[in-house]
Design a binder for this molecule. Structure first.
Ligand SMILES: Nc1nc2c(c(=O)[nH]1)N[C@H]1C(S)=C(S)[C@@H](COP(=O)(O)O)O[C@H]1N2
Ligand SMILES: [Mo]
Length: 427
């Protein structure tokens, strides 16, 4: 099965899927552990579905304060900016590192702390009423016996660029204040999720799969225990191009990135790519978790009360491999470098402005543009006037999507795609 290249059709299918699954919930045929009933009622109202008698749902348990930050790999200050339990890649440190982000530079987004799991005793349980039989358990050796697929793909947090809602558009959003470094691209190697689901006996009427992480349960700042990180994935995507990856850039997956096995969902928001996956529920009823209801939808004035449909594909972005407020000498030839990416299609072109957006020139692309991946690019600049100015880069993908001047606000600051005005000073 392949997905359509037309992102609009796909978005339409996904919205229809969401409405269908909300109706199933209303009929008492969905499970929503850890999701507040009020939130589902808001979603139903937003989808224009009349509410009948609500189904009983579990109330989130109260638990202890969040765990302390716990990232295993070194986080030198020239490569990373630590933000709570997370580490953002400093884009300037990617200059000259090649197409794939080395593990030593790859951003980490942890809800809690990196668990250290034993690959020898690790098992993946595939279970649920969307399977014809009792389900199946896979060891790492079992996965490695399946045909291996290698693909280069980025993983990008839905909140990447969030800081610019405040700094560039004057309206800050709640959440980790990432600049543009909550993305990395790696060569992932692993088994196809589709192969695993078929071996486990997936039924034709299964609608959702729910991979769950083995990291600690996530407790919000106000003390609500949301349980293990888990986000439902429609079966259509699960059977398309999703990997169960056990290697990253030719090495065993490192602890911070999900060892021994993580889900890799190309083109989609990073939350879909479950790290430290321990089990996958396959369901004939739609599934909900806090990560496809309260989080990872767009909320705000421009959106329905229950938020948008759950986020799927990433948007279009570009970043310069330069520090913020970099100093560049006047009357010198500079080679500006950067990267652009899109979740909808391959990057078709990148335009750069070195005069704060008055004139634009095409950048030279240094990678073959591919879906779900980024391209490196460069542009020449010979500044003459000294003083502060802004560098802009704007990517356009093969579906015709391009970066706008501003992004419509959403309260949680997801999917910032506007052209970033990168401040520099010519000296
Ligand atoms: N089990 C688990 N999976 C997870 C997360 C997590 O905290 N726990 N974070 C998610 C989010 S929000 C993102 S953006 C990506 C980040 O992947 P990385 O840390 O390898 O860069 O992992 C996703 N998968
Ligand atoms: Mo994320």
């Amino acid at each position: 099965m392949t997905t359509t290249d037309d992102a609009h059709d796909t978005a339409h299918d996904e919205a229809a899927h969401d409405r269908r699954r909300l109706r199933q919930w209303l009929a008492g045929r969905a499970r929503a552990d850890g999701v507040d009933r009020r939130d589902l009622l808001k979603l139903l109202a937003a989808a224009g579905i009349a509410t009948g008698l609500p189904t009983a749902l579990s109330t989130p348990a109260r638990a202890a304060a969040p765990a302390a930050p716990g990232i295993v790999k070194p986080l030198p200050a020239e490569r990373f900016t630590v933000r709570g339990t997370n580490a953002e890649t400093n884009f300037a440190s990617l200059a000259g590192t090649g197409h794939s982000t080395p593990v030593s530079h790859f951003f980490v987004r942890n809800h809690t702390t990196t668990p250290q799991l034993d690959p020898m005793s690790w098992e993946l349980q595939v279970w649920g009423n969307g399977l014809a039989g009792p389900g199946r358990t896979f060891t790492l050796a079992d996965l490695k016996r399946l045909p291996a697929v290698t693909r280069s793909s980025f993983i990008e947090c839905a909140g990447n660029g969030r800081a610019f809602y405040g700094s560039q558009q004057g309206r800050g959003a709640e959440g980790t204040a990432w600049t543009l470094g909550a993305i990395g691209s790696a060569r992932w190697r692993g088994a196809r999720l589709a192969d695993v689901l078929r071996l486990a006996g997936i039924r034709r009427d299964a609608v959702d799969v729910l991979p769950r992480g083995l990291d600690a349960e996530y407790v919000t700042a106000n003390g609500t225990n949301l349980g293990h990180v888990r986000r439902p994935l429609p079966v259509a995507k699960a059977l398309d191009d999703v990997l169960l990856a056990y290697e990253m850039n030719g090495e065993p997956l490192p602890p911070d990135h999900g060892a021994p096995v993580r889900v890799v969902v190309p083109s989609w928001v990073g939350i879909a790519s479950t790290k430290w996956v321990g089990d996958i529920e396959v369901s004939r009823e739609p599934l909900f978790s806090p990560w496809n209801t309260d989080f990872y939808r767009l909320f705000g004035d421009a959106y329905p009360a229950g938020g948008s449909a759950p986020l799927t594909r990433q948007t279009v972005k570009s970043a310069f491999e330069l520090p913020w407020n970099a100093s560049l000498s006047a009357h010198t030839h500079h080679r500006l470098t950067g990267r652009s990416w899109s979740g909808a299609g391959a990057v078709a072109r990148v335009d750069v402005s070195t005069d704060a957006g008055r004139t634009w020139h095409p950048a030279q692309l240094h990678d073959t543009p591919r879906r779900a991946d980024w391209v490196r690019w460069s542009a020449r600049w010979h500044p003459t006037a000294t003083g502060p100015t802004e560098l802009l880069a704007r990517a356009t993908d093969t579906t015709g999507r391009t970066q706008p001047a501003t992004t419509t606000y959403n309260t949680q600051g997801y999917l910032f795609d506007a052209v970033v005005r990168h401040a520099v000073t010519v000296v």
